[in-house]
Design a protein around this ligand. Structure first.
Ligand SMILES: N[C@H](CCC[C@H](N)C(=O)O)C(=O)O
Length: 276
């Protein structure tokens, strides 16, 4: 069987995108891992799967698999690529798209300049929502790692994130602290780990060691989580330029139960087929 796919990227966070509307393939963790391999497969950070809606008033469903084969409930950069994919494949003529993921419904708008704005929903700060093993909700949590205690912020954007402050993003110890925090016992479903350097109240630099993928060139939900946590720490205003290794995202959040808005690019690199 031949599977048609698009290879896409949002600020260098790269994706294989398939639709299960015009074709069908049974997805297993082993198959996803074989496809994500950058030497023996196609190579990607995440696989995005477009499905027909299950409810009225929803345009599509959208599933996300990390490179390690784990299925997750949110991908910010992927949401922007998803929007461009369904338009380019003429699966919709809409410019405002409603999509349901395992973590809820998202609202996507394709802007006139081709960028995509995503309503990423309200951040989850209750430890049970993240999930995080903690006695009470706080803006800061102390996590024992190796022989040190790290102070982190934690939030869910439909997927779990922790964020720590660093003086210099370029020398941040992602290779060591990333995996240790990603799989730390305090995070029962593992966690995405953001390393944030605050440049001003409207500009941060961020690197993310992603759950199930390692360090990526950009993490959309990670940029949202970092902005939320930085604002809760009263270090950031309500609109922030998040500078990631792969480029910049515009993130906006007014606090409280307001949604987080993310705007950024999404591009198709090539279209291909793979035989299974
Ligand atoms: N690694 C993430 C999923 C992809 C998120 C990221 N690529 C984004 O743009 O939000 C997780 O396990 O929750």
């Amino acid at each position: 069987m031949v599977i048609h796919f698009s290879k896409m990227q949002g600020l260098g966070n790269d994706f294989m995108v398939i639709d299960q509307i015009t074709q069908y393939v049974r997805l297993t963790p082993e198959l996803v891992r074989s496809w994500s391999d950058r030497h023996f497969g196609i190579g990607f950070d995440q696989l995005l799967v477009v499905e027909a809606p299950k409810k009225p008033d929803i345009d599509f469903c959208y599933r996300i698999f990390n490179a390690d084969g784990s299925e997750v409930n949110q991908c910010g950069n992927g949401a922007r690529c998803f929007a461009r994919y369904v338009v380019e494949k003429q699966l919709t003529a809409k410019r405002k798209i409603t999509v349901e993921t395992n973590s809820g419904v998202m609202y996507l708008t394709i802007e006139k300049d081709g960028q995509v704005t995503v309503n990423m929903g309200t951040p989850g700060l209750n430890p049970d929502r993240i999930p995080l093993l903690a006695d009470a909700q706080s803006t800061q949590y102390n996590i024992a790692v190796a022989n040190d205690v790290l102070t982190v912020g934690a939030a869910s954007m439909g997927n779990p994130h922790c964020v720590l402050l660093v003086e210099d993003i370029d020398s941040a110890p992602l290779e060591t602290l990333g995996p240790m925090l990603e799989s730390h016992d305090a995070f029962p479903e593992r966690v995405n780990v953001g390393f944030m350097q605050v440049i001003s109240r409207s500009h941060v630099r961020l690197r993310v060691y992603e759950r199930g993928a390692g360090e990526t060139m950009a993490c959309g939900s990670g940029a949202c989580a970092a902005m939320v946590i930085g604002k809760l720490w009263n270090m950031l205003d309500s609109q922030v330029r998040v500078e990631l290794p792969g480029g910049e995202l515009d993130i906006q959040w007014k606090g409280g139960d307001n949604p987080v808005w993310m705007t950024g690019p999404a591009e198709t690199v090539y279209q291909g087929t793979i035989r299974i």
